[in-house]
Design a protein around this ligand. Structure first.
Ligand SMILES: [Mn+2]
Length: 361
C-alpha cells in the first residue's frame, strides 16, 4: 500500500489584508485550493492508494457552497485513492458545518465524531481515529490500543496536540502514542512536519499559513508491504516563509533600504520577515510601510521587524539636558534592566520630548 499523510490544509482560510495587502491575501487563499488540487494530481500520478487527511481540511466557516463544490470536484478527479479524513478544531462536525452543506463525493470518507475504527480490507489496513465535534477539547486524550492479534497494517489518526500538556486542543502524550502498538500514527494540528518517534508523525500543513511557519512544508509518502516500510517527506509548498536581517544606518534613505533588502532576497515566490538592525534617525524615523510598498512593487512580500535603535548618544544627551524634563526622563531609566520593552519606552518617550522641545524653541 502507498499512502499520503497530510492535514491542516485549512482550505478557505482568509488571510489578513492588513498583513498581506488585499490582492495578495486573496491570491494566497486561492493558492491553498490550488495546492490541494496539485495533491490530487500527485496522488493520481504516483499510484497513491489512500490519502489520510488529519483534520482541519477545511476552514469550515469561511467557505461558501460554490467553493465546497469546487473542492468536491477536485476529490472526484481521484482515479485510485480515497481521502480518509477526520475533523479537527477548524472543521468540527457541528450543526451547519461545511460537511453538511453539500453532498460529498464517495471518494471522501469522513470519520464520525469521537473514536472509531474501520478496516480497509483491500488495502490490508485498519484505521483507528478520532474526529472532532467541538472547537476546543481540553481533556487529555487517552490513546486507544492497537489490536494485538491483527495482521493488518494498523494506523492511528488524530488531530491533537502532542507538544503541550496545557493545550486546549486535545492534549495527548507522545510516548503513549508511540507505544500503543500502531504501525503508523498520523497526526494533524501542528503546522510544521515533525517526526516524534519512528512511528509517529505530524504531517504539517502542505502550505505554510502565516509568518512564523518557516521551514519546509509538504506531506509524508509511505510505502508498506508485509516486511518493509519506507517513509519520505515530499516538499510541496508553493511558497515558504523565510527570515533574514539587514543592517541600517541613520543616514539611509527609505528607498536605499528597500534596495538593500531586495538585493538580499533570493526568491520572489517566498514571503519574508526582514529584521532591520542598526540605527535609525533619532527624531524622524522611517516610514516602514513606504519601504514595504516599494518592495511589493518589486514583487517581494515582506514583513519588516524593526529592531533599530536611534542614533543619539544617550550619555551626551543626558549631560546636555541635566535638570530639564529630557534629562530627568533619561535618568529615570538608570538602574533599570534595559530589555526590549524598556528600550522602546525610552525611545518613544525621548522622541516625543525631543520633538516637543524642537517645536517650542
Ligand atoms: Mn487544528
Amino acid at each position: 500500500m502507498r499512502f499520503l499523510h497530510t492535514g491542516d490544509l485549512h482550505l478557505g482560510r482568509v488571510f489578513s489584508e492588513a498583513r498581506y495587502g488585499r490582492a495578495f491575501a486573496q491570491q494566497r487563499r486561492r493558492e491553498l485550493l490550488d495546492t490541494f488540487s496539485r495533491i490530487i494530481d500527485y496522488a493520481n500520478e504516483h499510484q497513491v492508494d489512500l490519502i489520510l487527511c488529519c483534520g482541519d481540511f477545511l476552514n469550515s466557516d469561511q467557505l461558501c457552497v460554490e467553493e465546497l463544490r469546487n473542492i468536491n470536484a477536485m476529490i472526484e478527479r481521484l482515479k485510485r485513492a480515497v481521502v480518509f479524513a477526520i475533523s479537527g478544531n477548524h472543521d468540527p462536525q457541528i450543526e451547519n458545518s461545511a460537511y453538511q452543506k453539500i453532498s460529498w463525493s464517495r471518494r471522501l470518507y469522513l470519520a464520525p465524531p469521537g473514536i472509531s475504527r474501520m478496516t480497509l480490507e483491500p488495502l490490508g489496513a485498519s484505521i483507528t481515529c478520532h474526529s472532532w465535534d467541538k472547537k476546543e477539547m481540553t481533556e487529555p486524550f487517552s490513546v486507544p490500543k492497537a489490536d494485538a492479534h491483527s495482521n493488518l497494517y494498523q494506523i492511528l489518526m488524530l488531530h491533537a496536540d502532542a507538544l503541550s500538556e496545557e493545550s486546549r486542543y486535545l492534549p495527548v502524550d507522545k510516548d503513549a502514542l508511540s507505544q500503543a502498538g500502531f504501525d503508523y500514527v498520523a497526526l494533524g494540528h501542528i503546522h510544521s512536519p515533525m517526526e516524534l518517534a519512528p512511528n509517529v508523525r505530524y504531517a504539517g500543513s502542505p502550505e505554510p499559513l502565516d509568518f512564523g511557519e518557516e521551514g519546509s512544508h509538504g506531506f509524508w509518502l509511505v510505502d508498506t508491504d508485509e516486511t518493509n516500510q519506507q517513509v519520505q517527506f515530499v516538499p510541496f509548498a508553493r511558497r515558504n516563509y523565510r527570515t533574514l536581517t539587514v543592517q541600517t544606518a541613520a543616514q539611509d534613505a527609505e528607498l536605499a533600504i528597500a534596495e538593500r533588502i531586495a538585493a538580499k532576497l533570493p526568491c520572489q515566490d517566498d514571503i519574508y520577515t526582514v529584521g532591520l538592525y542598526g540605527t535609525h534617525p533619532s527624531c524622524a524615523g522611517w516610514d516602514l510601510s513606504r519601504i514595504r510598498e516599494e518592495l511589493l512593487g518589486k514583487g517581494y512580500l515582506c514583513r519588516l521587524d524593526d529592531q533599530t535603535t536611534p542614533d543619539y548618544d544617550l550619555k551626551q544627551l543626558g549631560r546636555e539636558n541635566q535638570g530639564n524634563l529630557i534629562g530627568d526622563f533619561i535618568a529615570s531609566f538608570q538602574g533599570e534592566t534595559m530589555d526590549a520593552v524598556h528600550r522602546r519606552a525610552l525611545e518613544y518617550g525621548l522622541e516625543a520630548l525631543i520633538s516637543q522641545k524642537g517645536r517650542e524653541s
